[in-house]
Design a protein. Structure first.
Length: 98
């Protein structure tokens, strides 16, 4: 009830309305910063391979690559719904198994 009463005060309401543009601008700025941080945190798609590409390089099936991921022999990018595996991990595993 107290909150409802305070929003009926014309001065408080005017102050809240006056603050809105600044808040909207701040939210926009924060959203842009979040997008930049997410982009920086995720490995570049060019530096990552699909299951199929990884399987071709390793000379195994896609299912085997999935098993390598499950057994922690390969990492996958956690920031995408698609399976993306760092190219350097695939190349290191290929070199180690030769």
């Amino acid at each position: 009830m107290e909150m409802l009463a305070s929003t009926q005060d014309p001065l408080i309401l005017a102050q809240a309305i006056a603050a809105l543009p600044g808040l909207v601008q701040r939210v926009s700025t924060l959203e842009a910063e979040i997008a930049t941080l997410r982009k920086a945190a995720r490995p570049s798609v060019r530096k990552c391979l699909s299951l199929k590409e990884s399987a071709e390089i390793l000379g195994v099936s896609q299912k085997t690559v999935s098993r390598f991921i499950e057994r922690k022999l390969l990492r996958r990018s956690p920031l995408t719904a698609l399976v993306r595996i760092p190219r350097e991990d695939v190349e290191a595993l290929a070199k180690a198994t030769l």
